[in-house]
Design a protein around this ligand. Structure first.
Ligand SMILES: [Zn+2]
Length: 945
């Protein structure tokens, strides 16, 4: 076989040389033409088949049809096959080929007629058998279709099939038979035996890789799918269907840019390729652009009128745009569903496609409804069971989800997402549960019990009343929160991600699909974070999604969630704004959603949150306090953002975007001054200075650059001249002072800095250096005044305040220290040490209520920190809140049982609450740890009396 391949390739070279060699035999010409076809050289294949026409007109016509069809010339294919069949009416191969392409262009009657003729001529025409089975399937004759697929299995068992094309068709037929009859072993056989066998017979036969890739894709085995599809492309870079399949894989992963490129390639090769047209619309659905997807799906339906996949997606896109009322009569979607079910009562594929596209658009309840419809209409299908199970998991219905997933697993044990989801359910089986009036919290009892207790209480007592009032909405059912921790060699985050999508790529720590919130346990994460803030944030999503019937766009609910957290804009966002706004590197309403779902970098991801927050602020500041509520009600009425803006505020989207941009620029303008000017390369500064020796601000910059390289003589020479210019004198003074400091002339340096500091508009470097010198000299009042000047000029930059805190700490000025630390805490929700320090300061000052507040905030970051519980215990005692004090000490001794002073403190509070038994227990523990503890002994003695 290899020999004949080499010969074929050799012949390709010959035919490519304008047939200059001697005349070829017909089988040689045929092999050469086929080699061109299989490597995607379609135009040359057309020429090569044309030369074959005289020798073997049937093979030539079939080859020509395939070469032209591969580049989307469907009309030409139909015409040339019509001519060929009229010339050779007894050729089963030609009729079968006609049937195949008639089916591809949606002319089902013609397809059936040709298939029937072909089978009358040759009952074992595999292609005609395949077409007929497929026609039976798409017209709802499922028993006949099943019989048709089974025929391939029987044929294979009865014959020793040795050609690639026949084996390929057998693969297609037996895969369908295996799916419908739950013969999951067949999948193994196909990818491990049959397709490799095809490639052994004909190593150039790329469809074997392609179909193996599709099987893997169907099972979400993305690595293997990618490997097979890429192998197919190596053999034939011109296979449009392979590019289309790669697009589908990329859409699965939200790699929408990659998907777009693959779609473009596919459509450039074959403009009518159905899968590419579907993927093109799917990309828009994944990007929440259902309205834009509609014309694309309409075009796909027009070109492929028989495709249930195309019509299902079109119906979904219309449903997203128009809304999905309970009663569908009179709606576009209702009409489409009626037409689909009339045309084919067993249109399971229509409903599966509709449901899948709704799922993609985050319309989870509707997706579940239509996956069920798909199963009802066509129980043979395998995907809808698993998909339904996964949607039900998202909706928090774990009991029903398990039932579906078990069924899906029995049907198809190779589906990766189904497998992962079942493992998640097993993990959840071992979890404990806390139920409150409005929440159910599931957690790992061994690891997260303390966290779960505090989380449940925080959700119930604070988050629920606060947010339900703010959003004027209460969910009809309890909301489910699941805290995942490490188990079975999988990280907390791995479980969390599997819980949300069944695959390991969600990159946040919390996520919400509308009714259930999953969270990776903060106790298992490498860096502490404010879990309470995450809970609150996610519960905003729960409310927003439910109150708008899952119609709120991603960016808006993120904006509302961020806005509800109650923290200042973090420094990272300010830095991003300062950097990106001048460069116009901004998201708009079209692109921002992807910034959350599939950001290019963590910076992009941060930027998406930052910009969403600014959109919401801009809305309120421009259209009033209730503007956000108005947007929510417009989304609930199923308007898109443009429609919502028009209805609520009479503003066009473009105009809104322009106003927003102006607003963002204004916000950023206040920030640009904060960030240090970008470093200009030394060579460039030297050139500018040569060109403009009179410009002292350039000279001062160059001096600073020399200073950074410790080239003091040159730095000094330039700076001395620049000192005389008002614009550059602060920077020059800074450079000169640093040069003086370098040689120990501290007094002279100080004098320079003081003389040239402009208190109205201080240079940051100068101010910082002077303040630092004052601090070092323990001249605290002056240092504080200078740092304070800096922090007032740059209120969002934490560095000045941190320096200020250092001064107050050194000075022992606790009042001022607490003040500045509180400002720093507002800037960083995840900073534990600051909050602990604030709690301590308040305790020492006897301000127990404030101590309790900071202690609680510290717990929101680390619920396992013993010191925090101790501080809180003391604070609660001070507030006379004794039951809560007992609780904090109980947690503290749980975390650190061998700490005698904690046990003693616990005993003392227990005494105050008359719980003598517990007090005695704790005192005995103290004496066990410290037999000589006199205080414990004395109290115990008192108790005994
Ligand atoms: Zn969020």
């Amino acid at each position: 076989m290899i020999g004949s391949l080499l010969r074929a390739i050799l012949l390709v070279a010959v035919t490519a040389g304008f047939f200059s060699a001697g005349p070829l035999r017909a089988d040689e010409k045929s092999a050469a033409a086929r080699a061109l076809l299989l490597t995607g050289k379609y135009e040359e294949a057309v020429e090569a088949y044309a030369t074959l026409a005289a020798d073997d007109p049937v093979a030539a016509a079939v080859g020509l049809a395939r070469a032209k069809a591969s580049s989307g010339k469907r009309e030409e294919v139909a015409a040339l096959l019509a001519t060929a069949t009229s010339e050779h009416p007894k050729s089963a191969a030609l009729h079968a080929e006609s049937a195949r392409w008639a089916m591809a262009r949606g002319d089902l009657a013609a397809a059936r007629k040709s298939a029937t003729t072909a089978l009358e001529l040759d009952d074992e025409s595999l292609l005609a058998r395949w077409v007929r089975a497929e026609l039976d399937r798409t017209s709802g004759r499922l028993d006949e279709a099943n019989g048709g697929y089974k025929w391939f299995v029987d044929y294979y068992n009865a014959h020793d099939v040795k050609d690639a094309e026949s084996l390929h068709l057998i693969g297609l037929g037996s895969a369908q038979f295996a799916r419908w009859n739950r013969l999951s072993d067949q999948f193994h056989f196909l990818v491990n035996e049959l397709y490799p066998e095809v490639l052994k017979i004909d190593p150039a036969y790329w469809p074997a890789h392609y179909h193996a890739g599709l099987l893997y894709l169907e099972k979400y085995n993305q690595a293997e799918a990618a490997r097979e599809l890429k192998a197919a492309l190596v053999l034939n870079p011109g296979a449009a269907e392979v590019h289309a399949a790669l697009a589908r894989l990329a859409v699965q992963n939200f790699d929408l840019e990659v998907a777009r490129q693959s779609v473009e390639r596919a459509l450039a090769l074959d403009p009518v390729n159905l899968d590419a047209q579907l993927a093109r619309g799917d990309i828009l659905l994944a990007n929440f652009q259902a309205a834009e997807a509609i014309p694309l799906f309409q075009e796909a339906c027009r070109m492929h009128p028989a495709s249930e996949a195309a019509r299902g997606r079109l119906a979904a896109a219309c449903a997203v745009v128009d809304g999905l009322p309970r009663d569908l009569s009179g709606t576009r979607v209702g009409g489409m569903i009626d037409r689909a079910t009339t045309a084919n009562p067993r249109c399971g594929e229509f409903f599966a496609s509709l449901a899948g596209a709704l799922d993609q658009s985050r319309k989870f309840p509707a997706a579940a409804r239509y996956f069920r419809a798909a199963i009802d209409r066509m129980p043979q299908l395998i995907e809808p069971y698993g998909e339904l199970g996964i949607v039900l998991m998202r909706l928090g219905d774990e009991v029903e989800a398990r039932r579906q997933l078990d069924q899906a697993f029995a049907i198809d044990p190779f589906n990766v997402r189904v497998n992962n989801m079942l493992k998640v359910l097993e993990v959840l089986d071992g979890y404990a549960l806390i139920e409150t009036e409005h929440f159910v919290v599931k957690f790992d009892r061994g690891r997260d019990e303390i966290l779960a207790r505090y989380a449940a209480r925080y959700l119930e007592d604070e988050v629920y009343p606060d947010l339900c009032r703010r959003f004027q909405f209460e969910p009809s059912e309890k909301s489910l929160f699941e805290i995942f921790s490490r188990a079975r060699n999988t990280s907390a985050h791995g479980w969390f991600s599997a819980r949300m999508v069944g695959l390991p790529f969600v990159h946040t720590v919390g996520a919400c699909a509308g009714k259930v919130v999953a969270l990776a346990s903060p106790n298992d994460m490498p860096k502490k974070f404010n879990w309470a803030r995450v809970l609150k944030h996610e519960f905003v999503h729960v409310l927003n999604l439910q109150q708008t019937d899952f119609s709120i766009p991603h960016w808006f609910t993120e904006a509302l969630a961020v806005g509800s957290e109650g923290y200042d804009r973090p420094q990272t966002w300010n830095d991003l704004l300062a950097e990106r706004v001048p460069k116009n590197q901004l998201f708009n309403l079209d692109t921002i959603n992807l910034g959350f779902v599939r950001p290019q970098s963590s910076q992009d991801w941060q930027m998406a949150y930052c910009q969403a927050d600014l959109y919401a602020r801009y809305l309120s500041e421009t259209y009033g306090e209730n503007a956000q509520a108005k947007m929510l009600s417009a989304y609930r009425d199923n308007l898109d953002t443009a429609g919502a803006l028009r209805r609520e505020f009479g503003v066009a989207r473009d105009e809104f975007e322009r106003g927003y941009l102006t607003y963002v620029r204004k916000v950023a303008a206040g920030l640009t001054a904060d960030s240090a000017a970008p470093a200009v390369p030394l060579a460039e500064l030297e050139r500018s200075h040569r060109d403009h020796p009179e410009d002292q601000s350039i000279a001062a910059q160059l001096a600073a650059a020399y200073l950074a390289r410790k080239d003091y003589p040159r730095a000094r020479a330039l700076a001395e001249a620049a000192l005389r210019d008002a614009r550059s004198r602060q920077m020059a003074a800074y450079v000169l002072a640093r040069v003086r400091l370098a040689v120990g002339e501290n007094r002279a340096a100080l004098a320079l800095l003081e003389e040239h500091l402009d208190r109205e508009s201080p240079d940051e470097s100068l101010l910082n250096l002077l303040a630092g010198l004052r601090l070092k000299a323990q001249r605290y009042e002056e240092a504080a005044a200078l740092y304070d000047l800096g922090s007032r000029r740059h209120p969002t930059a934490g560095a000045w305040r941190r320096s200020l805190a250092k001064v107050y700490l050194a000075q022992g000025n606790d009042v001022k220290l607490a003040e500045v630390l509180a400002q720093l805490a507002a800037l960083d929700a995840d900073d534990l040490p600051i909050r602990k320090k604030l709690a301590q300061l308040a305790l020492s000052a006897g301000d127990f209520a404030t101590a309790a507040r900071w202690g609680r905030e510290a717990l929101f970051i680390d619920v396992m920190d013993v010191d925090v519980h101790r501080l809180l215990g003391e604070a609660r005692v001070g507030c006379q809140d004794l039951p809560q004090a007992v609780e904090e000490y109980e947690v503290a001794v749980k975390l650190d049982a061998d700490n005698a002073s904690l046990q003693l403190a616990l005993a003392e509070v227990c005494l105050k609450t008359d719980n003598h038994n517990r007090a005695r227990q704790a005192l005995e523990k103290v004496l066990e740890l410290e037999p000589g503890n006199a205080r414990a002994a004395k109290i115990l003695e008192g108790l005994a009396r």
